[in-house]
Every structure is written in C-alpha cells, then in structure tokens.
Design a protein around this ligand. Sequence first.
Ligand SMILES: [Zn+2]
Ligand SMILES: [Zn+2]
Length: 336
Amino acid sequence: MKSLRYRAAEQVEVVETAKPEIGPGEVLIKVAYAGVCGSDMIIYRGIHSRAKAPLIMGHEFSGVIESGHGTLPPGTPVTVYPLLSCGRCQPCRSGYAHVCDTLGLIGIDRDGGMAEYVKVPEEKIVPLPPGFPLKLGAFIEPVAVGVHAVSRSRYRPGDSAVVYGAGPIGLCVAGCLSYFGASRVIVIEANPHRLDVARQMGFTTIDAAREDVRAGVREHTQGRNADLAFDCAAHPSVQDTILDILRVQGTGIVVGSYKKPAEVDLIKIEFKELTLVGIRVYEWRDFETATAILRSGRVDFERLLSVAAPEEAPRQFARLLAGDTDAIKLLFKLGE
Ligand SMILES: [Zn+2]
Ligand SMILES: [Zn+2]
C-alpha cells in the first residue's frame, strides 16, 4: 500500500509498505482523507519528544471499514478517536483518560492514517452519521479540540471572546464559540491571508502586526474587555496583551503548546481576579459534539480544508514548514 512516511528531520517519503495485518480486537480501515496537524509538523521538524522514524503519521483521518469490526460491516464510513490511554494511572482511573500519564496517539506513537490502510483498536472507531462527507470526517478531531476548549472555559451564552491565532485550531475554537452563541468573537492574527479567512467566516479581526490589540478589543467590546481569551497561537507576544484584554474575573485558556516557558505577569491575575485554564486534546463527548456541529453546517469549516494528492507530500510538508502556503488545514486524499 502507499504510505506517507516520516523518515528523518524534514524528510517525508511516499513509499510502498506492507498492508497492516489485524489481530483480535483490531479493525482495518481503508483511509479516505488524513489531515496534517501542528504536531505532525513538530514530528517533521524532528523535534517531537516521542515520535520515532520511520513513522506513518496521521491522527486526524476518515475512511471506511475494510475488515475486523464485530458489529459494523465493511464499507461503514468512520473516523477514529486517536488517544491511547493506559487505563491504569490515576488520571485514567479518575475519568481523565485524555490526560493519561502516558498519553499516546495513533499516528504519533504508532503508525497512523497517512496511508491507504491503517489498523486501529476496535474501541477507537467512531462511525460517521449517514450522509456525512468523508472529507469533513477527517476534520472532526480538530473541531473536538475547539469544543473541549470552549467547554473547559466555562463559557456562558452570550460571552465575548478573543482568540489568538487563526490557524486551524484558532479557527475551530472561534467557530465553536459562534456555534454556541458568543456575542462577539474577535480573532487576533498577523498573517494577512489567515485574517482574511477569519473575516470571511464572520469573525471580528484585529491585525496584530498593524493594530493596537488592547484598544481594538476595548472598542469591539464597548469598553468592557473580553469575558474569555483563548491562546491558540502559543507565541511569546500573546503574553503582552492577554491579561490586559480580559475583564475583571475573566478567563484565559491555554490551547496552543508553548515550546519554551512563557513569561506571565501574575500580579495582573491577582489584581483582576483572573482565571487561567489549560486544555489538552478532547474527551469522547467532544467528538460527538464536534460531529453535530459539522453536520449542522452552521459554521463554514469547509473553507479551511485544502486537499492534496499523497504524491505531493514531500513538497507540501516543505511548504507548510516554510509558511509558503495558503492552506489552513491540508488533507491528503488517500482513497474514496
Ligand atoms: Zn491534531
Ligand atoms: Zn493512564
């Protein structure tokens, strides 16, 4: 079968590999679409702490069941809940398997969906609703991150929110906020193309390269500042303003992953009685909600998806790394 394989730092190859053989409790999926995530780019750069070459990446994918499922027949359209939790550690036993002490992912800690076929444990299979497009099926996972971020923020209907970063996760968070009825969603970004996409999706935008972020947020919230601020950029510059653009007792949510410790001015948290919340991936029910949001068609997430042929992978990964692309979420079309 054709596979996109991470070979070494900044090298992805399109190779023939053996079709996976399934054992008891495993399901073989014929992959349709597989998305490239920020964490795949960390792997591609050769700096991921766990991923080891050679590895077939891909934890955001859709396809149809080929064989091995106990109840679902071959041909059933599915996506996959990619988290691998141990089931034995304290977080797992307390109902927080998504923050398992040794959390792993299909596509990072074992071969994933950037191939014609992938095998996964049967309990990770998520059937898609009837008529649900396979292309959107590969985007349930990122939307689930957005759902999880909004639910952890203790969002209340009508809240105003700032989202730092208009990459796939920032726009998923912003899209979920508007789906849940936020009164105002303000997206802060410096990249002109991404600002444009955010605007086309109906969000208020602030150009971080040209505008005063503090003044902009105040203006768009009638002087009140934001109830919530989601850091999906994980860029050091976010710390300059995030605690200032929140109202008293507002909440900041750390969604993006910082590669280096960020400097946080704790006195602002104290004086404004702010709350900081961390989020990590998602839980099962976030997958269900994400599927419902995508199915509703009320947020134009399709606009974020660009599709490429698997043969283009070496060039596409290089372009993503260089920032030389308009693609927000790149999907490889492996089948369908
Ligand atoms: Zn991802
Ligand atoms: Zn565990």
